[in-house]
Design a protein around this ligand. Structure first.
Ligand code: NAD
Length: 275
């Protein structure tokens, strides 16, 4: 199985497929991470707020996969926003991960009404310059948030991790990402299963002999997005990795495109402020 890599706008490369650790219990995280890496995943998406960075780090070491072959992401939580507090939060994440650097550090949410995301972004630029994060990006940023950090710092995020699934395809934001050479990374990529039975997905699954989840993950890959599904079961992890031996046709891609309703599973970044 050959896994695709994406080239980021800072010249680094990132595996297109990864696995996510949201809601993975802390006690299970090392084992899930080790299992996923041994199965062949090379990108692990974590966050300070997930409460399982220690397990993320343990699992990476236990996997036996060399550190430089694992792409490690974590995120700065909302309550840590601000320049100095972000520097402290990143150091605390690295300590819990027991790593010298992460491959990607993201601002988890803009929390625009608090007015701290530009200072937070400046701290990420410093952390990148100091080698504590090899690449930096954002999550849940809408167009105005992207324009603002780029306008004030001149630094374009490498990645914007946003909710994308067949019912929420985000065409406007993705066009902006393409223009700015920002990689879209899709969270909740399976959309809580709400499109598994949709005719375009079911038909593609029937034709290819793949599961609806595999069809949807393949759709993400073929749109050019990075995608980070979550499963804690070895069989689920293996299923979600097994998407590189088939392709969706152009009509199948076009049919899945018709499922977009702009309907979110998760919170709206324009208003989400949880500290
Ligand atoms: P997901 O779309 O990956 O779905 C996970 C759910 O689907 C789980 O219930 C899992 O058991 C089930 N599932 C997994 N594989 C399946 C399969 N092959 N067939 C059927 N069911 C399957 O959703 P998610 O966990 O919300 O998102 C993935 C990752 O994205 C998270 O773990 C996290 O790393 C990241 N994320 C980021 C943000 C953010 O704000 N940046 C928000 C949510 C999630």
């Amino acid at each position: 199985m050959t896994q695709p890599f994406l080239t980021l706008n800072d010249g680094r490369s990132m595996p297109q497929l990864g696995f996510g650790l949201w809601q993975v219990p802390a006690a299970a995280t090392a084992n899930v991470t080790m299992t996923a890496l041994r199965l062949g995943y090379r990108l692990v998406d974590g966050a300070a707020i997930y409460g399982n960075e220690a397990g993320q780090g343990h699992g990476i070491r236990a996997s036996g996969v060399p550190r430089d072959q694992v792409f490690v992401t974590t995120k700065v939580w909302n309550s840590a926003q601000g320049y100095d507090s972000t520097l402290r939060a990143a150091e605390a994440s690295l300590k819990r991960l027991a790593l010298a650097h992460v491959d990607l550090l993201l601002i988890h949410w803009p929390c625009a009404s608090r007015g701290l995301y530009v200072d937070t972004w400046r701290a990420l630029v410093r952390l990148r310059d100091e080698g504590r994060a090899l690449s930096i990006g954002v999550s849940n940023f809408n167009a105005p948030h992207l324009h603002r950090i780029i306008g004030e710092t001149g630094v374009v995020p490498a990645v914007n991790q946003i909710e994308v699934n067949p019912r929420l395809q985000q065409p406007g934001l993705r066009a902006l990402h393409a223009e700015l050479e920002i990689v879209t990374q899709s969270w909740t990529p399976l959309g809580q299963g709400r499109s598994f039975a949709a005719p375009p997905v079911a038909a593609a699954a029937a034709r290819t002999g793949k599961s609806p989840a595999q069809v949807i993950l393949r759709w993400h890959i073929q749109t050019g997005a990075s995608v980070i599904p979550r499963s804690t079961r070895p069989a689920g992890l293996a299923e979600n990795l097994d998407i590189f031996d088939f392709a969706l046709s152009e009509p199948e891609m076009a049919a899945i495109a018709t499922l977009d309703e702009g309907a979110r599973c998760g919170p709206d970044p324009a208003t989400f402020e949880m500290a």
